[in-house]
Design a binder for this molecule. Structure first.
Ligand SMILES: *[C@@H]1O[C@H](CO)[C@@H](O)[C@H](O)[C@H]1NC(C)=O
Ligand SMILES: *[C@@H]1O[C@H](CO)[C@@H](O)[C@H](O)[C@H]1NC(C)=O
Ligand SMILES: *[C@@H]1O[C@H](CO)[C@@H](O)[C@H](O)[C@H]1NC(C)=O
Ligand SMILES: *[C@@H]1O[C@H](CO)[C@@H](O)[C@H](O)[C@H]1NC(C)=O
Ligand SMILES: *[C@@H]1O[C@H](CO)[C@@H](O)[C@H](O)[C@H]1NC(C)=O
Length: 450
């Protein structure tokens, strides 16, 4: 049952062009005579005009405020981010933040028994439906004193109003290959200019910028900005932290089971999306292939911690795992109310083990039996198996033994012989490879006696 419907499309058929209204009375009368159907159409100055009329009718001192270069910060980071590609195109899809040439809202004069006498006086109310606040298009009342002092933790919607007049305008340039962004410019002065209202008793413009903020560039102004960011937990720490936990050390051939643990550090709920993916990498960090991706949308209550199990299946990573056996999991968490967080983990997968067994004592000049034992951890057969063994003072030449295919889950035992030449501690090195595993190594120290 709203009084007025907003429309910014440029096509106002079926209603009035917002610019053609000349007063609130007609709008309120049309609303009543239609049986309280929203009147088409309004934009910010129309909403503010109608609210001024209603407030004054109810006995509240009220005035309209125009803000030039008004920031519309949708994600409460006190920043308006703009993204460009290196070739200069504006990447609209990257953000819903914008700077409006002007925006109009209201102030009404009343006490704030909920906040304390310091915050009495002008209160900001914005009737233009822009952002949901507690699931309703509403904004304020936000105490003007709270806005000037950076007390953005106070009710209601102070971070949004503070950003409208104070946000930094940050330009980012996107690197298309890595999808990473670099900060190109920060303008701390462009937003919130010439805040104006009509002077009492004349048609002059009264500048109220000083009531909203300390003068641009002054140390008080930067301190207030910093204070606001601190209150929104934006400087010292991210609002949400996360980590990947690996359940047990994963082995090549098995599914990698992880848990993404996300913790909300704020004392209010945090809404986020986590875009997760996993890549096989080489040890330098260079990514080879994406092997898994998923995404989560969730809300975490105050200080809430939630765990999300993740499974990267062997079938998905087997063909792309390099001999470095590393998978990198990342989660890019975009937090609506604050700073974004990236969670990253390098997961080293262990090769299955090869063991070397010698039933007898090694003696100089005597043949020693060695048994290599290997269990195929996969459900499928492995083939092209080759065992190499070497050891100085144990073997003259490298031993090469072709091993027949090993069925899924089966254990294979391969025997070979060495003849130690000298006494002392000698090292035997075995290297087992097959189509599914490369370079599985085993070392065994053999004490040789006379
Ligand atoms: C304006 O909107 C009306 C109703 O949605 C539509 O019928 C009409 O074609 C639109 N006009 C233009 C110029 O887009
Ligand atoms: C604005 O009005 C036009 C014309 O009636 C309509 O087509 C369009 O859907 C309206 N936009 C919104 C956001 O209501
Ligand atoms: C912008 O807002 C729309 C509608 O609420 C949403 O679907 C979209 O994800 C938002 N885009 C960004 C970059 O936040
Ligand atoms: C992951 O490994 C890369 C190199 O491969 C390294 O630069 C990075 O710091 C590592 N990250 C973590 C969280 O271990
Ligand atoms: C292990 O064996 C594989 C396959 O025969 C071979 O490519 C690799 O170089 C060997 N590694 C060592 C350390 O001998």
């Amino acid at each position: 049952k709203g009084v007025l419907m907003g429309n910014w499309s440029g096509n106002y058929s079926g209603g009035e062009n917002p610019g053609s209204w000349s007063g609130s009375v007609k709008i309120l009368q049309q609303w009543k005579s239609s049986g309280f159907r929203p009147v088409r159409y309004g934009q910010c100055w129309v909403f503010a005009g109608v609210l001024t009329t209603v407030l004054r009718c109810l006995g509240f001192p009220a005035r309209m405020i125009t803000n030039f270069n008004s920031a519309h910060d949708t994600n409460t980071n006190l920043r308006v981010d703009k993204y460009y590609s290196p070739d200069g195109s504006y990447l609209e899809y990257r953000t819903n933040d914008s700077v409006w040439n002007f925006h109009v809202w209201n102030e009404a004069w009343f006490t704030r028994s909920d906040l304390g006498a310091k915050y009495n006086g002008w209160q900001i109310l914005d009737a233009t439906p822009q952002e949901l606040s507690s699931n309703i298009f509403q904004c304020g009342p936000a105490s003007l004193v709270a806005i000037k002092e950076g007390d953005v933790d106070l009710g209601y919607d102070c971070p949004f109003v503070f950003a409208e007049v104070n946000a930094d305008e940050v330009t980012w340039i996107l690197d298309k290959d890595t999808q990473s962004v670099k900060k190109a410019a920060t303008d701390i002065r462009s937003v919130g200019k010439y805040l104006s209202t009509k002077a009492v008793g004349s048609f002059a413009r009264l500048d109220v910028t000083d009531a909203y903020k300390y003068s641009e560039g002054s140390s008080e102004e930067r301190e207030t900005f910093q204070k606001a960011r601190d209150k929104l937990n934006m400087n010292l720490m991210p609002r949400v932290t996360g980590k990947f936990e690996v359940k047990s050390r994963p082995e090549v051939g098995q599914d990698v089971e992880l848990v993404l643990q996300l913790t909300n550090l704020a004392s209010a709920a945090s809404t986020l999306t986590a875009n997760m993916n996993a890549w096989t990498i080489v040890y330098t960090g260079k990514p080879i292939r994406e092997v898994w991706k998923d995404s989560l949308a969730l809300t975490l209550g105050p200080q809430e911690e939630k765990a999300f199990p993740i499974k990267i299946s062997y079938a998905d990573y087997q063909k792309h795992l390099t001999t470095d056996n590393v998978i990198r999991a990342t989660a890019v968490c975009q937090v609506k109310e604050g700073a974004d967080t990236v969670v990253l983990k390098n997961i080293s997968l262990e090769n299955p083990t090869v063991t070397l067994k010698m039933p007898n004592q090694a003696k100089v000049g005597e043949v020693l039996k060695v048994e290599m034992v290997f269990t195929n951890p996969l459900a499928e057969e492995i083939s092209s198996c080759l065992l190499l063994a070497e050891g100085s003072d144990l073997l003259q030449d490298e031993i090469r033994k072709e091993v027949p295919p090993v069925k899924g889950k089966e254990t294979v035992r391969v025997c070979f012989e060495v003849t130690p030449k000298k006494k002392g501690a000698k090292q035997l090195l075995a290297n087992f490879s097959c189509d599914k595993f490369k370079d599985i190594k085993a070392f065994q120290v053999i004490t040789v006696v006379d």
